[in-house]
Design a protein around this ligand. Structure first.
Ligand code: FAD
Ligand code: FES
Length: 277
C-alpha cells in the first residue's frame, strides 16, 4: 500500500502519478520499472520510473490511457492509497561515458527517457534529445528534458512546427549531420522503437530500446513477457526491459502484444457498464 501524492493530467490522455514509496525511491535507477495495481480487483501493470526524489521518498510514473487499468489509474486522486506499488524492477540502463548520445522519446516515453538522459548527462555525455509527438498539445516535460540535454529536437507529425516528421525519420536526418553519435536510447510505443532501430541499423549504432511486452508478475516467474533477442529467449522483466533493438524479433513482439486484445476490450466494456450504470 502506498499513498498517492499527486495524479495530474499532463496531456489529454497522459497522466502523471507521484507516489510516496521511500523504499522504491531509494533504490531507483534509470531504465527500471514498477508494477502497479490501481485497485484490489485490478491487474498488475508495468510502468517505467520517470522520476524520483530520494529526500521526499517519492516515485513518479507517467502513463498513457489505453485500457481498463490505466483508465482506473487516471481516476485516482492525491491522498488515495494504491494497493500494489512494487519496484524498482528490471535491469537499469547501461550508463557510461559514450561521448555523444541520442535519447529518443515518444508518447509516455517522453517521460520514461528523462532519467536515462539525466544519468547520461551526469556521466559527461553530450545528450541530444529527440521528441516525437502527433501535435504540440501532446508535448509535456519539455523543460525537464531541456535541462538534461545539450540539444533538444521536436518533431510533430501534424506539421505544426518547422519539423514535420516521425522520430525515426528525424533520427536518420540527425545522424547524417551528427557523425559521432555512439549510442541511441529509444522509448515509446513498439512501432516507434522498431523504426528507430531500423534507422540506426545501417550505421551500426548500438540502439537500446525499452520493450513493453505483456507482463504479469514482473519477476521472471510467469513467462508472459518472453521476447526473442538475437535468437535467444529472454524475459523482458528480469533480463531487460532494455535490449539492443537490432537483435529484437519485432514481428514476434507485435504479435504477442495482441494476444489478449479481445479480452481487454471485454474487460473495458464490463468496467464501463459497472461504473456508468
Ligand atoms: C516494462 C514496461 C514499462 C512500461 N512503461 C510504461 C509507462 O511508463 N507508461 C505507460 O503508459 N505504459 C507503459 N507500459 C505499457 C503499460 O504497461 C500498458 O499500457 C498497460 O499495461 C495497459 O494496461 P490497460 O489495462 O490500461 O490496457 P489493456 O486493456 O491491457 O490494453 C488495451 C490495449 O491497448 C493497447 N496497448 C497496451 N499497451 C500499450 C502501449 N504501451 N502502447 C500502445 N498501446 C498499448 C493494446 O492494443 C492493448 O490490447 C510499459 C510496459 C512495460 C512492459
Ligand atoms: S512478467 Fe512474468 S516472467 Fe516476466
Amino acid at each position: 500500500m502506498a499513498k498517492i501524492i499527486q495524479r495530474i493530467r499532463l496531456a489529454p490522455n497522459i497522466h502523471l502519478l507521484e507516489v510516496h514509496a521511500p523504499d522504491v525511491s531509494r533504490k531507483s535507477e534509470a531504465g527500471q520499472f514498477l508494477i502497479v495495481m490501481p485497485d484490489e480487483r485490478g491487474e498488475r501493470i508495468p510502468l517505467t520510473i520517470a522520476d524520483w526524489d530520494k529526500e521526499k521518498g517519492t516515485v513518479t510514473a507517467v502513463f498513457l490511457i489505453v485500457g481498463t487499468s490505466t483508465q482506473k489509474l487516471s481516476l485516482l486522486k492525491a491522498g488515495d492509497d494504491i494497493p500494489v506499488f512494487v519496484g524498482p524492477l528490471g535491469k537499469a540502463s547501461e550508463i557510461a561515458d559514450y561521448g555523444t548520445v541520442v535519447c529518443a522519446g515518444g508518447c509516455f516515453g517522453i517521460a520514461a527517457i528523462h532519467p536515462i538522459a539525466r544519468a547520461l548527462k551526469a556521466k559527461g555525455n553530450r545528450v541530444i534529445t529527440l521528441i516525437d509527438v502527433k501535435s504540440p498539445y501532446l508535448l509535456f516535460w519539455e523543460d525537464k528534458l531541456r535541462k538534461v540535454s545539450d540539444a533538444f529536437h521536436l518533431s510533430t507529425r501534424d506539421g505544426a512546427v518547422d519539423n514535420p516528421n516521425t522520430v525515426a525519420n528525424d533520427l536518420a536526418g540527425l545522424l547524417e549531420k551528427e557523425k559521432d553519435v555512439a549510442r541511441v536510447f529509444a522509448i515509446g510505443c513498439t512501432q516507434m522503437m522498431a523504426t528507430c532501430a531500423e534507422a540506426t541499423r545501417p550505421l551500426g549504432i548500438r540502439t537500446m530500446v525499452s520493450l513493453n511486452p505483456i507482463m504479469v508478475d514482473g519477476t521472471g516467474m510467469c513467462g508472459a513477457c518472453r521476447v526473442t533477442v538475437g535468437e535467444t529467449t529472454k524475459f523482458a522483466c528480469v533480463d531487460g526491459p532494455e535490449f539492443n533493438g537490432h537483435s529484437v524479433d519485432w514481428a514476434e513482439l507485435f504479435a504477442r502484444r495482441k494476444s489478449y486484445f479481445n479480452d481487454e476490450i471485454r474487460s473495458l466494456c464490463a468496467w464501463e457498464q459497472e461504473i456508468y450504470s
